[in-house]
Design a binder for this molecule. Structure first.
Ligand code: ZN
Ligand code: ZN
Ligand code: FE
Length: 763
C-alpha cells in the first residue's frame, strides 16, 4: 500500500465493457468496487454495453480492473474490455449516472435467472418485509426474457409495468448501493403481483394459496402452476395413482416426467448426484438434469419407465420454493396437450383445465414470451444438452467469423430457429414439432418476435432441403417476399452445427447418426459419413439402406422397421413363426408388408442409424410401438451392459457402405440361444462404435483428415457417444462433440446459419 508521504500519480481510465452487462447488476458491482478502492468517476449504460470512468492511484486502478475482469457479477459475461487512458479531472466521488439503456438484445436482455440465495434467505426470514412473498427478485436474479415486451430493458417495457412500485420498493430501486438498484421486476407484497388459487371452473379457493395448494397436491390432485415461461402441471412424485392419472389425462403414456426437488439434499435421497450435476442443478439456468436414480427409491414407478434416470430440477422461482417447502418432490411437467406448445395464459390453460388439471395456482404477472425448461445430462462432467431453452436463451452462441445476417429456419422436429448478427448466433427457445398447427403458429410468432427485438431484417434465409417441412414452407413465404433462400442438407447442417459449436471451420470427417433427414437422392438419410466444411459436403459413405414398410410412419413403429430390415436380409417374415420382434404384427399384416417390401411399394429406403437402433430394440422385445421419438433406442441404451467386451461382425465395402447384415444375423442367433438382452444390447453398441471408427479410419486414409465431428440425434445416447469417441481417440483422431448446442435437430438451425453465412458470397 502506498504511504501518505509518497506522492502518487493519479491515473484516469475510460473502460468500455461489452458483453452481457445490462440487467445483471453490473453497474452496482462497479460502483462497489470503485467505492471500496477510493476511486472517483462514473459508470453508465450505453447502447453497446457499459462505460466506466475511473480515477485514482495507479495501484488501485490496476486492482479495480483485475477485480472487474476476474469477479464480474455472476450473471454477467464480459466479451470485450476496451481500456483507454483519459485526462485526469477533478471528480470527487464515484457515481452511477443516468444512461441510455441498450437497445441491443445481447447487452440488454439476459435469460430468466433462477432466484438467488440472498433472495431465498429473505423469502424464509420471518422478519423480512418480503417474508413468503412469491415474486421477490433482485438485480442478479428473477424473470427477464419471459417478461420483456421491448428493448431497452426498462420496467415500463415489461409485464411489470402493470405494477407501480410502492415507496419502499422505489427507494431500493433508486439507490446504487442497494441490491435491488435498477432491478426492473422489483416488487413486494404491497405493490407487486399476487397469487390466486382457482378451481377448474375458475372459482377462487379461499385461504392461503400456497397452503391450500399443498393440501390439494397431497390429496393427489393435479395443479397447474404458473411459472416463468409457462404453466406446469404438478402432482406428488411419489404417488403412483396421481402420476398415472396425470399421464392418462395428458395423453403421455411413457415419456419421462420432470421432477422438482426441494433441494440438492433431497435429490440425493433419490438419485446418485455427482458434483457436476449438482453444479448444473444449482446454476442460475436451473435446467432439468437427467440423473441416475438410486435403486429402490420412493419415486413413483411411472415417472420414467424407460430409463434409470430421472429428469430432476430445483425450484427456480420464489413461488416454487414456497410450494416445495410444503410438499416435495413434485412432478412438474409442461402444461400442454401432447405435442402442443406450453400454455402461458389463463385462456390457453382454460382449454385444457378440467381435462388435465383440477386446480390452477395462478398469478397476475403476464408471461410475455413462452419458454420451456431446458434439459441436459452430464456426460463425464460435460454438458450434453437435449433442449436448450429457459436459462440459456437468448444468450448468443459465439461464431468464429462474421457474416451477413441470416435467418435459419431449423428442422421440423424439436424445432428451434436461429438469427445471426455479426459474430453472434441467437438460437431461439424450444418451439416443438411444427407439424402441430399451434406449434407452427408459435414458430411464426416467435420468429417475428425475435427479429423485432434484434431489430434485424436478414437478407438471407436458410432452411432444410425437405420440401414438405413446415419450416421450408415458411422459408418459401419469405422467398416470395424477395428474400434469398438457401436449402441446406439436413446432415450437412448437423455437422456444421457441431463444427461451429467447437469454433472449428476447417474441413472435417462428419459422422451424422440421426433419425431422419432428407437426402438429395430422395432416400431418407441418417447414418452418414460426410467430408464437410461450412461451404460444401461430400457423402463418402453411409449405413446400409433398408426399406421402411409403410413409409416414414415406421419411425414410430420399431416392429415394422424390424420387419423391413429382416425381410431385406432374406429372413422369412411372413411365416406362422415370426422372427423375434415381429410377434406384435398379425400374420396377415406381415404378409402384406413383406409383399410391399418385395415390390418396393411405399417402402422408402433409409440409411438411418436411429432406425437400426429401433430394429435391434424391437428384436429384443424392448419396444414394439414407440410412444415418442427415440423411445426404442433409449430403452436399448438403458438395458445395455456398458463394460468392455467384444462386438459383432460388420462389413464396409469399397463404396463406403457400412453394413450391419452380419450384426443383425448374429443378434438373431443370440436371441434364439437365450443370450441376455443386456449383453446383446451392449455388444450392438460396441459394434456400431467399431464400424464407425473403422469407416473414419478409411476416410482418413483417402482424404488425409484427422478431425471427426459427431452430430445427430443418436448422439443423445452417451453410451454410444463415449464408446465411439474413445475408439476414435485411441486411433489418434481429434473428436468434436457438441458443447453448447444439442446434437439433435434442435441444433440444426445453427449449422444452417453458418453454412448460409459462408455461402453468402455466392448468392
Ligand atoms: Zn436475488
Ligand atoms: Zn413494493
Ligand atoms: Fe436430424
Amino acid at each position: 500500500m502506498p504511504t501518505s508521504n509518497i506522492k502518487t500519480k493519479l491515473v484516469r481510465l475510460r473502460i468500455n465493457v461489452r458483453g452481457r452487462v445490462q440487467g445483471v447488476g453490473f453497474r452496482p458491482t462497479v460502483y462497489r468496487y470503485a467505492r471500496s478502492l477510493g476511486l472517483t468517476g462514473s459508470v453508465r449504460n450505453d447502447s453497446t454495453g457499459v462505460i466506466i470512468a475511473v480515477q485514482g492511484e495507479s495501484g488501485h486502478i490496476d486492482e479495480f480492473v483485475s477485480r472487474l475482469r476476474d469477479c464480474p457479477p455472476p450473471q454477467a459475461r464480459i466479451d470485450e474490455l476496451d481500456i483507454q487512458p483519459a485526462p485526469v479531472t477533478d471528480d470527487s466521488a464515484f457515481e452511477i449516472t443516468a444512461s441510455t439503456r441498450s437497445g441491443q438484445l445481447d447487452a440488454g436482455m439476459p435469460p430468466d435467472l433462477a432466484v438467488c440465495e440472498d433472495c431465498v434467505n429473505e423469502l424464509f426470514d420471518a422478519h423480512d418485509r418480503r417474508h413468503n412473498y412469491p415474486f421477490l427478485n433482485c438485480t442478479t436474479c428473477g424473470p427477464r426474457f419471459s417478461i420483456i415486451k421491448a428493448l431497452p430493458y426498462d420496467r415500463d417495457k415489461t409485464s411489470m409495468a402493470a405494477f407501480a412500485m410502492c415507496p419502499e420498493c422505489q427507494s431500493e430501486y433508486d439507490h446504487p448501493a442497494n441490491r435491488r438498484f435498477d432491478a426492473q421486476p422489483n416488487a413486494c407484497d404491497a405493490c407487486g403481483p399476487r397469487l390466486e388459487l382457482l378451481s377448474s371452473s375458475d372459482v377462487a379457493i379461499a385461504g392461503d394459496p400456497i397452503q391450500q395448494s399443498a393440501v390439494l397436491l397431497e390429496q393427489g390432485n393435479t395443479l397447474a402452476v404458473k411459472g416463468l415461461g409457462g404453466y406446469h402441471l404438478a402432482c406428488p412424485a411419489t404417488n403412483d395413482e396421481a402420476v398415472a392419472k396425470l399421464r392418462k389425462r395428458k395423453n403421455r403414456p411413457s415419456k419421462a416426467l420432470a421432477v422438482m426437488f426441494r433441494s440438492t439434499a433431497e435429490v440425493r435421497k433419490f438419485c446418485e448426484l455427482s458434483e457436476s450435476e449438482e453444479a448444473e442443478l444449482s446454476s442460475p439456468a436451473a435446467p432439468i438434469v437427467a440423473i441416475k436414480q438410486n435403486p429402490r427409491n420412493l419415486l413413483s414407478q411411472y415417472i420414467s419407465p424407460d430409463t434409470n434416470d430421472v429428469g430432476a430440477f430445483l425450484p427456480y422461482t420464489p413461488l416454487h420454493h414456497l410450494l416445495l417447502a410444503q410438499v416435495s418432490p413434485l412432478v412438474m411437467t409442461s402444461a400442454n396437450r401432447r405435442d402442443e406448445p406450453l400454455a402461458t395464459t389463463r385462456g390457453e390453460l382454460r382449454k385444457i383445465l378440467g381435462s388435465v388439471a383440477d386446480y390452477v395456482l395462478d398469478h397476475n404477472r403476464e408471461i410475455v414470451r413462452r419458454c420451456d425448461d431446458s434439459v441436459l445430462k452430464m456426460n463425464r462432467g460435460r454438458r450434453l444438452l437435449i433442449r436448450r431453452s429457459r436459462g440459456f436463451v437468448p444468450n448468443p452462441v459465439p461464431l468464429p467469423f462474421a457474416g451477413p445476417a441470416v435467418l435459419a429456419c431449423g428442422a421440423d422436429m424439436k424445432n428451434t430457429f436461429c438469427i445471426t448478427s455479426g459474430t453472434k448466433a441467437y438460437l431461439s427457445q424450444h418451439i416443438g414439432d411444427l407439424e402441430e398447427y399451434s406449434a407452427d403458429r408459435f414458430y411464426r410468432e416467435t420468429i417475428a418476435d425475435l427479429l423485432k427485438l434484434l431489430q434485424i431484417d436478414p437478407p438471407l434465409v436458410a432452411h432444410d432441403m425437405h420440401a414438405d417441412y413446415q419450416s421450408t414452407a415458411y422459408a418459401r413465404t419469405l422467398h416470395d417476399k424477395g428474400k434469398k433462400t438457401l436449402a441446406v442438407q439436413h446432415h450437412h447442417a448437423h455437422i456444421a452445427a457441431c463444427m461451429l459449436d467447437n469454433s472449428h471451420t476447417e474441413k472435417v470427417i462428419g459422422v451424422a447418426l440421426d433419425g431422419t433427414g432428407y437426402g438429395p437422392d430422395k432416400t431418407v438419410w441418417g447414418g452418414e459419413f460426410l467430408v464437410a466444411d461450412l461451404e460444401n459436403y461430400e457423402r463418402l459413405g453411409h449405413f446400409k439402406q433398408y426399406p421402411m414398410p409403410g413409409g416414414e410412419s415406421a419411425a414410430r413403429n420399431p416392429s415394422r422397421m424390424a420387419l423391413g430390415v429382416l425381410a431385406e436380409e432374406g429372413i422369412t417374415v411372413n411365416g406362422t413363426e415370426p422372427p423375434p420382434g415381429l410377434e406384435p404384427i398379425p400374420l396377415e399384416e406381415r404378409q402384406l408388408l413383406s409383399q410391399a417390401v418385395k415390390r418396393q411399394v411405399n417402402t422408402p429406403l433409409t440409411s438411418s442409424a436411429g432406425r437400426l437402433f429401433d430394429t435391434v430394440a424391437a428384436m429384443l422385445g424392448l419396444c414394439r410401438q414407440a410412444d415418442y421419438e427415440g423411445q426404442a433406442p433409449m430403452r436399448l441404451q438403458a438395458v445395455a451392459e456398458a463394460n468392455n467386451g467384444c462386438g459383432y461382425g460388420y462389413d464396409i465395402d469399397q463404396n463406403g457402405i457400412v453394413s450391419f447384415s452380419r450384426t443383425i444375423r448374429a443378434v438373431l442367433e443370440d436371441i434364439k440361444h437365450g443370450v441376455a438382452e443386456a449383453r446383446i444390447a451392449g455388444m450392438f453398441h460396441r459394434t456400431v462404435a467399431a464400424a464407425v471408427t473403422e469407416m473414419c479410419a478409411r476416410v482418413r486414409e483417402q482424404r488425409n483428415l484427422n478431425t471427426v465431428a459427431l452430430s445427430g440425434g443418436v448422439f443423445q445416447n452417451e453410451l454410444l457417444l463415449n464408446l465411439l469417441s474413445d475408439g476414435l481417440e485411441a486411433r489418434g483422431f481429434e473428436v468434436l462433440q457438441h458443447r453448447n448446442v444439442p446434437p439433435n435437430d434442435a441444433g440444426i438451425a445453427l449449422g444452417q446459419a453458418g453454412i448460409a453465412m459462408k455461402q453468402a458470397e455466392d448468392f
